[in-house]
Unconditional design. Sequence first.
Length: 319
Amino acid sequence: MNWITNYVRPKIQALVNKREVPDDLWAKCNSCGQMIFHRELEESLRVCPHCGHHMRLSGDKRIELLLDEGSATPVEIPDIQPDPLKFRDRKRYSERLKEAQGKSRHHEAISVVHGTVEGHAVVLACFNFDFMGGSMGLAVGEGLLTAARLAVLQEAALLVVPSSGGARMQEGILSLMQMPRSVVAVEMVKDAGLPYIVLLTDPTTGGVSASFAMLGDIAIAEPGAIIGFAGQRVIQETIRETLPPGFQRSEYLLEHGMVDMVVHRADLRATLARVLGLLRQPRRDEKNVVSLPAEEAEKETASAAPPAPLEDGDGTADG
Ligand SMILES: [Zn+2]
């Protein structure tokens, strides 16, 4: 035993660690190709200090970035049938799910939390791109519905951060049905008069962009994010035309009126807080009306009441 623990194990560990250390110390920017020291990259919120390229963020990091410290409370998403079609390609879908859970340390491609953004109550549904490309299946649909219901219940704003390649192919038509389902979720929030804000991150494509992601009251995008339905190459081959530079990027969409703002990652929380403050203003006024002195409040309700029921005696007016 001594020989194994003292001699063999350290040798194996040395072999394994040799590979892991450089990966952790340096990261390469996908855009400019520069090497960036790992710690420096974390400090800059995974934005390249050389060219400003916004790298993808995991769901956890995103939640940490957007919500006030210590305010995030995880929301449980109801269980769904995990592999409804018993689908199998080269591997079983159920195996792929398990692998993704192990690799990404997320239960599914969406995480839902509630918390505050500089004091404003929000329910945040955040996609995990590292979980099967953030693809939208039954669980994601369920997550969005859960988030919307909670937002209505808490009278909080709904903030969704998509980062997804689109539909979850392994769930077939059930995955496509999450598109109308997510739209219903968003409508619930809108009907309750609550703000629905979308933060479009790289990439927002496929079924996600064709449903809830483009329905935000305010659409904010991160710089350089790819946002679109079909990929650039597919469109180019279909219409046989060269697409303009920057096509399907945040800045291009801002110029063409598809998004409202393109905001640097470092300014996201402050911008969200400002937007939420502006959108929630009328609510504060409503509360002021309630807190008016009793007499004034009575006057207000009297003048606001419709006179119709008193005068409209014969009931022939309208139908
Ligand atoms: Zn770079």
